[in-house]
Design a protein around this ligand. Structure first.
Ligand SMILES: Cc1ncc(COP(=O)(O)O)c(C=O)c1O
Length: 386
């Protein structure tokens, strides 16, 4: 018998118009920063409901640029979630600051604002909540905490382009919100990212940071004036996005409403299929927000099963279902252990991590694949009910 096709947990959707958009740039004058880069930054800002957007080479660089613009530095602490990709915490280390982990809310898996407040010290400079799976964090409470303690609020929106909170784009609630356009995300540019903000000072700083700290604007020069002159004013990096990536991003953004609609439809199908199944808890959605549904995570009721999460993972994988784990708590990683972080910091996150299982979700998923995921998950879980 042939093995059934493997269904990945995520995959990009590329049409002919996306390909044409890239080819048009390749035939033009600019390969790296050209007009599409600025247009893409603006377009992301429009989706996010902010004044400014900076397109950048990836979501990690976006976080780095944001913490640098916020003035986070050596001796500072930055509070983030342990249930995230390592970049949300690593960005603090890049600028010499210390990541501090606050526990998660067991319903949304997003950072728990009460625990954020408990973890604030005189050294805390910023909070980096992550809109995990695309579901917006409790921005009302996080904003209030940030204001009360004079902290910069940087939302890691890598999962959340197109999400909304209280009827408005979720990207408009933090001082800065960062995005990733890696191919598993809703909008793909290969590698790619952006930061959005309403703050002109952060915006200017991030533009400089993206390109070595160099300005070419004569109005801003402190020293020279010659026609060939440019001036490095701060320490930045080469974090530029290319024009062909930005053109792909612009083309992809036009399809974002359709992508989100399909994701919502598939989520609805999963919820219907799994909500009454013993052994499984479907994702809980706060009425305050509308998720952009980057990931669909099943939580296993381990007390009802005769095996652990890893056995269920393996059996699904062996049947061609691209399951995944989002995420290993950041401070479990060897690098963080070497820095002195230890298990026990965030009990909710640690407990939930043992029970979480991501199943495939992407707009290009075919009906037959969706049905296969549903049938296989139900069969595997059923075979392990106590
Ligand atoms: C929550 C989160 N933050 C940041 C990133 C980093 O984005 P990139 O891979 O584009 O550098 C990712 C990417 O996986 C992510 O999931």
């Amino acid at each position: 018998m042939n093995k059934p096709d493997f269904i990945p947990y995520a995959k990009q959707w590329i049409d002919e118009d996306d390909i044409q958009a890239v080819v048009d740039v390749l035939r033009g004058d600019f390969l790296t920063t050209g007009p599409a880069v600025a247009q893409f930054g603006d377009a992301v800002a429009e989706v996010a409901g902010t004044k400014y957007g900076v397109a950048i080479c990836n979501g990690t660089a976006a976080l780095h640029a944001a913490v640098a613009a916020a003035g986070v530095g050596p001796g500072d602490e930055v509070i983030t979630s342990p249930i995230t990709f390592v970049a949300s915490a690593n960005c603090a280390l890049y600028v010499g600051a210390t990541p501090v982990f606050a526990d998660i809310d067991p319903r949304t898996y997003n950072i728990d604002p009460d625990d954020v407040e408990r973890k604030i010290t005189s050294r805390t400079k910023a909070i980096i909540p992550v809109h995990f799976t695309g579901q917006p964090c409790d921005m009302d409470q996080l904003r209030a905490i940030a204001q009360r303690h004079k902290l910069v609020l940087i939302a890691d929106g890598a999962h959340a382009i197109g999400a909304s909170y209280q009827g408005k784009p979720a990207g408009s609630f933090a001082d800065m919100t960062t995005y990733s356009f890696h191919p598993v995300k809703q909008v793909a540019t290969g590698e790619g990212g952006a930061i959005v903000t309403d703050n002109p000072d952060y915006y200017e700083k991030m533009l400089l940071f993206r390109s070595h700290g160099i300005t070419r604007d004569p109005a801003k020069f402190r020293f020279g004036h010659q026609p060939w002159y440019y001036e490095q004013q701060t320490l930045g990096l080469n974090y530029r996005m290319t024009d062909f990536q930005a053109a792909l991003g612009l083309s992809q953004l036009k399809k974002l409403p359709m992508f989100l609609q399909r994701r919502r439809e598939y989520v609805h199908r999963y919820n219907e299929a799994f909500q009454n199944m013993p052994g499984i808890i479907t994702p809980w959605q706060s009425p305050d927000g509308e998720s952009a549904w980057h990931l669909y995570i099943l939580r296993l009721r381990l007390e009802q099963l005769n095996v652990g999460r890893d056995q269920i993972f393996q059996e699904l994988w062996d049947r061609g279902i691209g399951v995944n784990i989002h995420y290993i708590p950041v401070y479990y990683h060897a690098y963080y252990r070497d820095l002195g972080y230890a298990k026990g910091l965030c009990p909710q996150a640690e407990k939930l991590f043992e029970a979480m299982l991501t199943i495939p979700l992407y707009p290009a998923m075919k009906e037959a694949a969706l049905e296969r995921v549903i049938d296989t998950v139900l069969a595997v879980v059923k075979s392990h009910l106590r």
